[in-house]
Design a protein around this ligand. Structure first.
Ligand code: NAD
Length: 243
């Protein structure tokens, strides 16, 4: 196992929880972050693996909170090996009706939060000449989506941010990659009307919606020795939907 913890944001449910479970079982030390501490205790109790696990409650759009979390993790584990920027949110609406605050909040959490965490871990990873950053985007960051101008723009931004980070930090053996999920069954997608889900399913060659575990397996790969020479890439995990 590499020295240091992997920080996973948005780890108290959905895809983040699946990532935490997969990484724990693979032997990583983990620092799990979510906006509120409420579910983090039960998440911690449910994790199984030989590593050490800690939790932190922080809003990823609060730079001071993010900086404090990264400093604590460095203190607790001695090093930060990996960062998985998974926290994200939607506030959907057609462009003409989208309120500026709904635009701003989604950009603040999905894109600026990713920037804050990445910037906070970068000096540590550069100094230790080792690090892996995995950012969770979305296929809609590549295709756009009616009713999700804010979300799609934030996720496209995550891709451009990641490619820039890969170029800036590559010389210090720090990789940065994107995982872009398609339709994954979580709280985020639970409220979609049945007819919308049925239409989506028709567009998926593998004929099923994804599970958190489908995304977690690819995140695990990007944190593994096998992915040492992979950086600046977007790995799409969507059952072939936008292929
Ligand atoms: P979810 O709503 O179930 O979970 C979102 C997580 O992000 C939660 O743990 C929540 O606490 C955390 N979070 C939200 N705002 C936060 C904030 N301000 N500060 C800290 N934590 C915050 O969603 P999910 O489906 O598990 O999504 C996880 C990631 O995957 C998101 O980035 C999402 O955009 C992306 N994604 C999801 C799908 C999908 O179909 N579910 C598809 C593509 C991309």
């Amino acid at each position: 196992m590499p020295e240091g913890a992997v920080i996973v944001t948005g780890a108290n449910r959905g895809i983040g929880l699946a990532i935490a479970g997969e990484l724990a079982a693979s032997g990583f030390d983990l620092a799990l972050v979510a906006r509120d501490s409420e579910r983090l205790d039960s998440v911690l109790a449910g994790l199984a693996g030989p590593g050490r696990f800690v939790t932190h409650a922080a809003d990823v759009s609060d730079n001071a909170a993010v900086t404090a979390v990264v400093a604590s993790v460095k203190e607790e584990f001695g090093a930060v090996y990996g960062l998985v920027n998974n926290a994200g949110m939607t506030r959907d609406g057609l462009l003409m009706r989208m309120r500026p605050e709904d635009w701003q909040r989604v950009l603040d959490v999905n894109l600026t939060g990713t920037f804050y965490f990445t910037r906070a871990v970068a000096p540590l990873m550069m100094r230790q000449r080792e690090g892996r950053i995995v950012n969770i985007s979305s296929v809609v960051g590549m295709t756009g989506n009616a009713g999700q101008a804010n979300y799609a723009a934030s996720k496209a931004g995550v891709i451009a941010l990641t490619k820039s980070v890969a170029k800036e930090l590559g010389g210090r053996n720090v990789t940065a990659n994107v995982v872009a999920p398609g339709f994954i069954t979580t709280d985020m997608t639970a409220d979609l009307p049945e007819n919308v889900k049925a239409d989506l399913l028709k567009q998926i060659p593998l004929k099923r919606f994804g599970e958190g575990a489908d995304v977690a397996a690819v995140v695990k790969f990007l944190l593994s020795p096998a992915a040492a020479y992979v950086t600046g890439q977007v790995l799409v995990v969507d059952g072939g939907m936008i292929a």
